[in-house]
Design a protein around this ligand. Structure first.
Ligand code: HC1
Ligand code: SF4
Length: 579
């Protein structure tokens, strides 16, 4: 251990930690801007660049950035001397000197860490004049880069390069023109960006935001000729409440349904129905491949990889084209839902395809891109018309003056609103494979599962593995969340170092609960864990917890699809991947 003094308080801490960590453990708050750390996820940004966290260390001539100064025995730290406060204010004024002052209409207003810092440090005047000479890029289907607002904190760069290993973003140019950008200031849609949105999730300002489609949704809702239906992704219900001041981890499923009904949607359905359907198709595909493999069919490739995460799909299409025949061909729940809505449901209701608008509420920005992919359109008409994020939904609810916290709990509409506990855990890392195991086990062994909770598949470690006993057959499972972890797992498979039968991959740290469209976590990993617990809680509260027992899924196969992997199911629920 090391003993030091922070603001006259004696503190004993572990050797090797930073002054910032030591101060936090002693209850001393040192303001930070570029620094961000997600505990337990191995994610940290500490370029020491912004200098907001400077402190005075006795005996040193220069102020030291607390986020990257290691503690030392006997160190005497002053975190709020006049000299420190002056330096912080000057640094912030310099950052603000070339930042557009359009807070009133900025997409990030109210959630901006730069705005908060200006408030916290009492900035009332900016004594310096910088130049604004960059640009705004809005050609991507998912992400807007308002590059004027970039403060060079490098969080997005760290997420894209170190955590996701996509490597699209890096710092370019100098002086006032310095920004984080794709190479040659190319637009994101010309790069290998996956639209995972993790850069958006951590951007402290309005430099990176989602493409806002709420206006399209409002237009559709006010068109009397359209039937407008909505589906809600599993992870949304575990986070939406945060936008209305509720504790992270508060489940708001019933209030969310009420709010959507009050917004004017004709039917409020659930992506979880699509998730149950995905399990039927993907689980069957997995068992088919497995049995052919066990019979010695050498043309069969294992492991099967999950394919419900669009950023992951785009990632392997760009980065592992040689592996594109191992992911499941099952479409994502969002797309299965859209496809069934615009065929089975539209027929049932007697609504023309063109007059049915499908909106989805997603924790994700890549879902905007996914619903625009050509293979998910029929004669140019998309199966899912608009995907809006959890944050965009919150904005719509506020715009409509709905008092969210006073809403009653309401139920989803039927039939596409029925779902199981297996579907709801899709929203957290490990959940998709746990849902698949619950169904695959019973189909494979023809016996009821002895237990429904697979704790061995849960958790937050970036790469996890477990062996599940399928009545004598050891099914080997891998799980990765975050694309960098996915890459490491795929490399192990390619080198023959690891052998798995099935692998779940989700692009975002934590899975969809940590998606780029969720309420901002501002670097607090506890929020992600609470959302995860909320989904497991919803699962255990559900009457039906296995996808193959969803009565409306059974009915859908009886009335329309025949059986999993039938020709019709293949046409409507499966896809192929592109180089
Ligand atoms: Fe997800 Fe999925 S779990 S991808 O994370 O498979 O976005 O929540 O909707 O489609 O169901 C997201 C979440 C979501 C799909 C499902
Ligand atoms: Fe990188 Fe993901 Fe952002 Fe694209 S969306 S730039 S892949 S972090």
């Amino acid at each position: 251990t090391v003993q030091l003094t922070i603001d006259n308080k004696p503190v004993v801490v572990k050797k090797g930690i930073t002054v910032l960590e030591a101060a936090t453990s002693a209850g001393v708050h040192i303001p930070t801007l570029c620094h961000m750390k997600l505990d337990d996820l191995n994610i940290e940004n500490k370029p020491g660049g912004c200098r907001i966290c400077v402190v005075e260390v006795e005996g040193r001539r220069n102020l030291a950035p607390a986020c990257c100064t290691e503690v030392a025995e006997g160190m005497v730290v002053n975190s709020h001397s006049i000299r420190v406060i002056n330096a912080r204010q000057t640094v912030l004024e310099l950052i603000l000197s070339d930042h557009p002052a359009d807070c009133l209409i900025c997409a990030k207003s109210g959630n901006c860490e730069l705005q908060d810092m200006a408030h916290q440090l009492g900035i009332r005047e900016i004594h310096y004049k910088g130049e604004q000479s960059t640009y705004r890029e809005d050609t991507s289907p998912a992400i807007i880069r308002d590059v004027d607002k970039c403060i060079m904190c490098r969080r997005c760069e760290m997420m894209c390069n170190e955590v996701q290993t996509v490597g699209v973003l890096s710092a370019i140019n100098r002086g006032f023109n310095a920004v984080v950008s794709p190479a040659f200031e190319m637009n994101l849609d010309h790069s290998v960006c996956t639209y995972c949105g993790q850069c958006v999730a951590v951007c402290p300002t309005g430099a990176l935001t989602e493409v806002d489609q709420t206006a399209h949704v409002v237009r559709a809702l006010s068109d009397p000729d359209k039937t407008v239906i909505v589906q809600t992704a599993p992870a949304v219900r575990a986070a939406l409440g945060e936008e209305f001041g509720l504790e992270p981890g508060t489940l708001v499923t019933g209030k969310m349904v009420s709010a959507l009904r009050r917004l004017g949607f004709d039917y409020v359905f659930d992506t979880d129905f699509g998730a149950d359907l995905t399990i039927m198709e993907e689980g069957t595909e997995m068992l088919n491949r497995l049995s052919r493999f066990l019979e010695g069919d050498e043309s069969v490739k294992l492991p099967i990889l999950t394919s419900c995460c669009p950023a992951w799909v785009k990632f392997f299409e760009h980065q592992f084209p040689q592996l594109k025949d191992i992911p499941s061909t099952a479409r994502s729940p969002q797309q299965m839902f859209g496809s069934i809505a615009k065929t089975y449901f539209a027929e049932k209701m007697g609504v023309e395809r063109d007059n049915l608008i499908v909106v989805s509420i997603m924790p994700c920005v890549a879902k905007k891109y996914e619903c625009g992919r050509d293979e998910f359109k029929v004669d140019g008409n998309p199966d899912v018309d608009y995907a809006i994020t959890t944050r965009e939904l919150a904005n719509l609810i506020k715009l409509a003056n709905i008092s969210f916290d006073r809403l009653p709990n309401e139920d989803f509409d039927m039939p596409l609103g029925e779902s199981t506990g297996a579907a709801v855990i899709f929203g957290t890392t490990g959940g998709v494979i746990e849902a698949a195991v619950r169904t695959a086990y019973e189909l494979y062994t023809k016996k009821p599962l002895p237990k429904l909770d697979f704790h061995e598949l849960r958790g937050m470690d970036g790469i996890r593995q477990a062996t599940i006993d399928f009545a004598g057959f050891p099914l080997k499972i891998g799980i990765a969340h975050g694309l960098g972890n996915a890459r490491r797992l795929l490399e192990k498979i390619e080198s023959g170092e690891s052998e798995f039968h099935a692998i779940e991959i989700m692009s975002c740290p934590g899975g969809c609960i940590g998606g780029g469209g969720q309420p901002y976590h501002h670097g607090n990993a506890e929020i992600l864990k609470k959302r995860q617990m909320a989904l497991y809680q919803e699962d255990s509260n559900k009457k039906i917890r296995k996808s193959h027992e969803n009565p409306f899924i059974i009915q859908l196969y009886e009335e329309f699809l025949e059986k999993p992997m039938s020709e019709k199911a293949h046409h409507l629920l499966h896809t192929k991947y592109f180089d």
